[in-house]
Design a protein around this ligand. Structure first.
Ligand code: J2J
Length: 542
């Protein structure tokens, strides 16, 4: 058996037994189900992206070649590999190849830049980095070169016409398929997903074969995915929502067809929906609204669409109503998190529930607790902090004791940071967030992380980053800055943040200079109170 990455914080034995007895954890693994689909479905199309069409047999062959090739490079099962791709055909065979080899993917998003990718590689103690050479006008070989300077032990594999820089080319990978491990422990870690990063940098989320496969297998049932479905990935394919709720992994598990769209812009996506007869797609609220507007005067035939899922950020009831009116399909609200818990409105729910709630948990064994600031359960229907444990919610982050102490209760519940209330039918309504991150159209930004980068500027004395309600994005980021002497220009300061090697979505949308932060009344106030105060004052003035 291959050496593996095991969980440091696992489920208590009693829960493990319960989840197995209930049939959630079936001992199924990624390589096993992918191989099985390839055997049964052979020439059925699995993945469509651009001009590439891969059958289930093609996907299996490519994954075997890549997995064996990586082992031939000297990687060992259990090693972590940072992958960074846009919505291109190679992404799926690369991830499946890592699964086949027992290597552990760490999913960077295409928007991430050197600061973030370096953090992932270090935190995961990764052995390799695999990326597509060009995507969205960015050359990932440049990033890889810098990355190797920061983390010299990394091996690099590049997909694309020309790997360049002496990197190994993805298409050149070759190895002996017999070298691929045969046995996989279903309770070992299959990959590391990224957290939204509420305090500081993103944390790594270890997900096991058993828990993750259960989450998307059960999602398939709730989202109407079967072998006739065509699932479109319009959000970044490495994000947990389009990967697992039910996502492209759910679709592959069902033997359906996955269509990757490299743009979520209606023009591109609508053409693909018509051409590929897409039946299901997942979107964030601003995109869904954009689609609704565009659909009214679109010449494309969208009648194949059965389900439009919206999640990642709060969909307001009025916006939900607009979507329902504009698109000829069922609206499904999805409230999920990469740490685990996913809630869906059910396809046959009343409009009342679909419009006004964020759904209810996948599993009868998702134990949801709503508590006050002191951790005591609130009365039924009252607003409080959402905590959860269940068959697909992690018990701890990878290699991060400090974060675990903050984010998990003593009895192992995950503190989501979301403020919710529960309806009498057990549906959750998201009311807000307890911690200071900005949910910018589904992309999560840690206030602390950006404040840190602002503070590194020589002309910045202090900075506080807050979320401001925004008609289009849901929330935008606003940085309040106290200058040290002459204030820097706003554009210069934004450029400074970008040049720290950060994803562009983290650059503050707005910068407001302040003379001082008012900390008088309470004397020393917490960063959180300060942010709340600044946000409040700003909203009162505008
Ligand atoms: C309000 N807030 C929401 C919603 C997520 C499916 C869907 C989404 C994610 C995701 C995911 C929300 N209304 N409908 O992983 O599998 C906010 C909450 C939550 C955080 C998690 C999936 N849907 N959110 O968005 O890990 O604050 O996962 O805790 O990126 O997004 O973010 P993330």
């Amino acid at each position: 058996a291959a050496s593996r990455l095991t969980l440091s914080q696992s489920w208590p034995a009693a829960l493990e037994q319960r989840y197995k007895a209930a049939g959630y954890w079936r001992g199924e693994t990624f390589p096993a189900f992918l191989r099985e689909r390839a055997l049964c479905l052979q020439h059925k199309e699995a993945v469509v992206a651009g001009n590439t069409r891969l059958s289930y047999a093609d996907l299996d062959r490519e994954a075997s070649r890549i997995g064996a090739g990586l082992l031939a490079m000297g990687l060992t099962p259990g090693d972590r590999v940072v992958v960074q791709f846009g919505n291109v055909a190679e992404f799926i065979p690369v991830v499946c190849g890592l699964f086949y080899a027992g290597l552990i993917p760490v999913y960077a998003l295409p928007a991430h830049r050197i600061a973030e990718v370096t953090h992932f590689a270090r935190k995961a103690e990764a052995s390799a980095y695999i990326a597509g050479r060009h995507y969205g006008g960015f050359d990932y070989a440049t990033l890889a070169t810098e990355l190797c300077r920061a983390v010299p032990e990394l091996q690099v594999v590049m997909a694309g016409e020309d790997a360049g820089h002496g990197f190994t080319s993805l298409s050149a990978l070759q190895g002996n398929p017999d070298s691929l491990p045969e046995q996989f422990d279903p309770q070992s870690v299959a990959f590391l997903q990224l957290s939204g990063g509420s305090t500081g940098l993103s944390k790594l989320i270890p997900r096991t074969h058993d828990d993750y496969i259960y989450s998307f297998r059960a999602s398939n049932t709730l989202c109407g995915i079967d072998e006739h479905s065509v699932y479109m990935v319009a959000l970044p394919a490495a994000h947990n929502f389009p990967m697992s709720s039910p996502g492209w992994l759910g679709a592959l598990h069902a033997g359906a067809r996955v269509v990757l769209s490299d743009s979520a812009e209606p023009g591109t996506a609508f053409a693909l929906i018509e051409q590929e007869k897409v039946t299901c797609v997942g979107l964030v609220p601003p995109l869904a609204l954009l689609w609704a507007d565009a659909a009214s005067h679109s010449r494309y035939d969208l009648s194949s669409l059965e389900v439009m899922q919206v999640g990642g950020a709060k969909l307001l009831p009025e916006a939900a109503r607009r979507l329902q009116g504009a698109l000829p399909c069922t609206l499904q609200q999805v409230f999920g998190m990469a740490e685990g818990l996913v809630n869906y409105t059910r396809l046959d729910d009343s409009d009342e529930l679909i419009l006004n709630t964020q759904g209810r948990p996948i599993s009868p064994d998702d134990e949801v607790r709503i508590v006050d600031d002191e951790g005591r359960p609130v009365a039924d229907g009252e607003v409080g902090h959402l905590q959860v444990q269940g068959p697909y919610t992690i018990r701890g982050y990878h290699n991060d004791e400090a974060a675990n102490a903050r984010s998990f209760t003593e009895d192992g519940f995950y503190c989501t940071g979301d403020i919710v209330r529960r309806t009498p039918q057990g549906y959750l309504v998201v009311q807000g967030r307890a911690n200071d991150h900005i949910n910018r159209a589904g992309e999560k930004i840690s206030a602390e992380e950006i404040e840190d980068h602002l503070l590194s500027h020589p002309q910045v004395f202090d900075a506080a980053v807050v979320s401001i309600p925004d008609d289009y994005l849901g929330e935008r980021s606003c940085a309040f800055v106290i200058a040290r002497g002459e204030p820097p220009r706003v554009v210069a300061l934004k450029k400074w943040v970008r040049e720290q090697g950060l994803a562009a979505f983290k650059v503050p949308d707005q910068i407001v200079f302040a003379e001082h932060f008012d900390t008088t009344a309470v004397g020393k106030i917490s960063r959180r109170e300060l942010r709340a105060q600044l946000r409040q004052r700003y909203l009162e003035q505008t």
